[in-house]
Write a protein that binds this ligand. Structure first.
Ligand code: ASP
Ligand code: MG
Length: 483
């Protein structure tokens, strides 16, 4: 059985949901062909329609500030948007039921908003009650839409099927309880040949109080459902072709990485791989369930597969990530020589100023670190200056070459650095995982360096995905920029 998760842009309007239906139908047909009469599923997990969660959180804020009128207006628009989208349910009776459900849920939201407006306070618990509505509504529409298009679905209320702790807005699933609940609610429809449809992001405590799993939590839901039910594969349907070999804004022809190990995906995540946050698919990876990233607007594209281990490929590197607008801080002190406790003292300064440090390199008497949050840099420099010489250099960039190949071939690091050519390297680091080599250069050199490395490690004998990516370079980039 396969779990198919569709993100906000893949359910955002009538035509998106029609594409979803075609994709689910194709999966069901493929399963039937492979497994004959025993084919089950897929299980469908959906996000809220694009932008709806933000809207709901905005409504909560308005209500909490006493702007009940503004909150009501926004709710009215949300109601209308969902009713409009429900036209995707072609069967008249089905649609009437859906509209009744939408109205019922939105009436309830209005009552909550009214109460919060009176109290002028929104607790995390009530924030969750509001935020969860997006997925409850979208999943109900999608379930009815599938059924009215001949794919008999069963709507599953996530508040019954995903059991969590009571950490509102960032709840964690209780896996034994969730497995039991999924067996109770999802297994019977599956066995009866129906397609369970469940809203992501949402759960409830053992006492039945609605919770949410944190922003972007629908991927997490899909991983939980997949791992508790022992899925064969989890598909994350989004609006990009997958992970790219480099930032398409800098490199002319990056292509979609066909296969990543989970560890590689995690190394890339810091650089803003926007497709998914690796920690959200941990439950799947822990159970060795492959996760596939696919584009619902181009379902024929192969996408990116993430597995816990990856078979050796003939390509030495997997991707090159990069990050601009980084500052290097050099800290030098002869007191560091053969002393202990110096590094602790140094890092405590960054900790006290709540500033994350990214790349770190050290020698006997000096340490260089990079930071991308400059807000508290002046204070940090002042404190550090009490016991060391400090110099800062901004407009720097981090380049991070990632690949399991780096573990296998110890000469590869040298080859990567050679590939940089005559561009000065400011810091070089290879950490314990040995899946990446990271270095810092001047930001202005980034196009040259990425261009050289991409040409050397990726441009020959491109995979077929290369041609696809070139036609529409819409993959998620392995690069982050500050907002
Ligand atoms: N709708 C939720 C959010 O926007 C969850 C998700 O889309 O994954 O954060
Ligand atoms: Mg969303």
């Amino acid at each position: 059985m396969v779990v198919m998760k569709f993100g906000g842009t893949s359910v955002t309007d009538r035509s998106a949901i029609e594409r979803l239906i075609a994709i689910v139908r194709a999966q069901r047909q493929a399963d039937a062909q492979q497994e004959g009469g025993d084919a089950r599923g897929p299980v469908v997990v959906v996000s809220a329609l694009a932008g709806v969660t933000d809207r709901l959180l905005g409504i909560a804020a308005e209500a909490g500030a006493g702007d009940t009128e503004g909150a009501r207006n926004n709710l009215r628009e949300l109601r209308q948007r969902h009713i409009d989208v429900s036209h995707v349910v072609t069967d008249v009776t089905h649609r009437a039921h859906v509209v009744e459900f939408l109205n019922h849920e939105l009436d309830e939201l209005e009552r909550i908003v009214h109460a919060l407006g009176v109290l002028r306070e929104v607790s995390p618990r009530w924030l969750d009650a509001l935020a969860a509505a997006g997925e409850i509504l979208s999943s109900r529409i999608v379930a009815a839409a599938l059924s009215s298009h001949g794919l008999m679905a069963a709507w599953i209320d996530a508040r019954r099927a995903i059991v969590t702790d009571a950490e509102h807005t960032v709840a964690a699933p209780l896996l034994p309880e969730t497995t039991a609940a999924l067996m109770r609610h999802v297994d019977p429809p599956l066995a009866a040949g129906r397609l369970p449809v469940i809203g992501g992001f949402v759960g409830a405590t053992t006492a039945g109080v609605t919770t949410t799993l944190g922003r972007g939590g629908s991927d997490y839901s899909a991983a939980i459902v997949g791992s508790c039910l022992g899925a064969a594969e989890i598909q994350i349907w989004t609006d990009v072709d997958g992970m790219l070999t480099a930032d398409p804004r800098i490199v002319a022809e990056p292509w979609v990485v066909p296969h990543l190990s989970f560890a590689e995906a995690s190394e890339l995540a810091y650089f803003g791989a926007k497709v998914l946050h690796p920690s959200t698919i941990l439950p799947a990876v822990a159970r060795n369930i492959p996760v596939r990233i696919l584009n619902s607007q181009r379902p024929q594209a192969k996408g990116t597969l993430i597995t816990s281990e990856r078979p050796a490929s003939d390509r030495p590197l997997t991707a090159i990530a990069s990050k601009k607008q980084v500052t290097v801080v050099d800290i030098t002190s002869s007191r560091m020589l053969m002393a202990h406790g110096f590094l602790r003292r140094l890092f405590e300064v960054f900790e006290r100023h709540r500033t994350p440090v990214d790349v770190v390199t050290t020698s006997e008497v000096s340490v260089s670190v990079t930071v991308d949050d400059r807000r508290r840099l002046a204070a940090i420099v002042q404190t550090l200056s009490e016991f060391a010489e400090v110099a800062c250099e901004d407009e720097m960039a981090i380049v991070c070459a990632v690949g399991e190949g780096l573990r296998r071939d110890p000469t590869l690091v040298g080859e990567v650095l050679l590939g940089v050519g005559d561009v000065p390297l400011r810091m070089v680091s290879q950490a314990a995982s040995r899946r990446n080599v990271t270095f810092v250069i001047r930001e202005g050199s980034l196009p040259t360096v990425l261009g050289r490395l991409h040409a050397r490690f990726f441009d020959e004998g491109r995979a077929t995905t290369a041609t696809e990516a070139r036609r529409q370079p819409s993959g998620a980039t392995a690069t982050a920029e500050r907002p």
